[in-house]
Write a protein that binds this ligand. Structure first.
Ligand SMILES: Nc1ncnc2c1ncn2[C@@H]1O[C@H](COP(=O)(O)OP(=O)(O)OP(=O)(O)O)[C@@H](O)[C@H]1O
Ligand SMILES: [Mg+2]
Length: 324
């Protein structure tokens, strides 16, 4: 386990968005439908992780790329929800994502925008800002990449941040994740499906998931956390596998559960707490968020009560494949 650092927490959102959600009775082809309610939220995984840090009362810096008047709006929204936002302005407009919540039949439609083109010069400015703010702290690299940003960007950042003794947490998919893993980040958090995609084959049993998480950990990643949705999560380090179920919550919307979990894991680890405590706080944050509607995240008091309901099992590696 690495020693805790007093360094800052930083999140990066290369492709943030305004999330617009409409409650509608029913979508009908070629007809206008009137929304019963609409709401606007700041979106993007890094922004969500930063919102979760604020809920945990942990100060964090949040770097994001914004463009145009939609970018102005985003900046206004996050000013209320984040502690230390750092917006880097580029040409073009920040994207808008739309969610339609239809009543009958109960269905959710989602459209994700592409995002503005990011020039090499602007991206260099972002990299410089990350290195400058992170010092020897912790950086969360998560979310999709906008046009113009190479898939190696997270890998490049991990390499540069390691040179200044910072720790990187990566929650990404596809080529961005593959490239990042080759640079040995501090922590990764795929869900089970993302792990299957990464390996190119199904992992039907918990033993399969644990074995693959261990194999990844041995490739030089300090912590591999695999989240299992309603079934909880596992965390692997060099010594052991830690496993826990989710506490019982009434699920309202799982949007933001994974981002909340990352904030919980990193809050504990950055304070020097061990993997069992990190997993417990990660699961509490994820489940707390799953119990809240729409894009709302867990509450601080709620976490205190959920923590007591989470039992973490430790399975030392020396005893072999002990999970079932
Ligand atoms: N249906 C649920 N019931 C209870 N807890 C949940 C549920 N879904 C998620 N969680 C909690 O949140 C954590 C992370 O969830 P999940 O595995 O779905 O992450 P994810 O797939 O990365 O999520 P996201 O869609 O936000 O990216 C879980 O380990 C669990 O603690
Ligand atoms: Mg996720």
């Amino acid at each position: 386990m690495s020693p805790p650092t007093d360094g800052p927490l930083v999140t990066l959102t290369l492709n943030p968005c305004i999330d617009i959600s409409y409650d509608i009775p029913r979508l009908i082809p070629d007809q206008k439908v009137h929304a019963r309610a609409d709401r606007y939220d700041p979106g993007g995984n890094g922004i969500n992780v930063a919102r979760a840090f604020k809920r945990l009362r942990v100060p964090a810096h949040s770097i994001c790329i914004v463009g145009g008047e939609i970018g102005d709006f985003l900046q206004r929204l996050i000013a209320h929800e984040l502690d230390h936002p750092h917006c880097i302005r580029i040409e073009g407009e920040t994207r808008v994502n739309v969610t339609l919540l239809q009543d009958t039949p109960r269905t959710q439609f989602e459209i994700s925008g592409t995002g503005p083109q990011v020039s090499a010069l602007a991206l260099q400015g972002v990299v410089d800002e990350v290195l400058n703010l992170a010092g020897g702290g912790f950086v969360v690299l998560t979310g999709s990449l906008p046009p113009g940003v190479p898939e190696e960007i997270y890998a490049t950042l991990i390499r540069a941040l390691r040179a200044q003794a910072a720790h990187c947490v990566v929650d990404a998919q596809g080529a961005a994740l593959v490239c990042a893993i080759a640079e040995h980040p501090y922590l990764i958090k795929p869900n089970r499906y993302e792990l299957e995609l990464l390996l190119g084959r199904p992992l039907p049993t918990l033993d399969d998931v644990i074995a693959e998480a261990r194999a990844l950990q041995r490739r030089g990643i300090e912590y591999v956390c695999v989240s299992l949705g309603a079934e909880g999560a596992l965390l692997v380090d060099a010594q052991a596998t830690y496993l826990a179920d989710t506490p019982t919550v009434e699920v309202a919307s799982t949007v933001g559960a994974g981002d909340s979990m990352i904030a919980g894991l990193l809050t504990a680890l950055s304070r020097g707490e061990g993997p069992a405590e990190a997993l417990r706080l990660g699961i509490a944050c994820g489940s707390g968020t799953a119990s809240r509607p729409g894009t709302a995240l867990f509450g601080y008091q709620q976490i205190q009560s959920l923590l007591g309901a989470i039992d973490v099992r430790r399975i030392p590696h020396t005893t072999g494949r002990a999970a079932g």
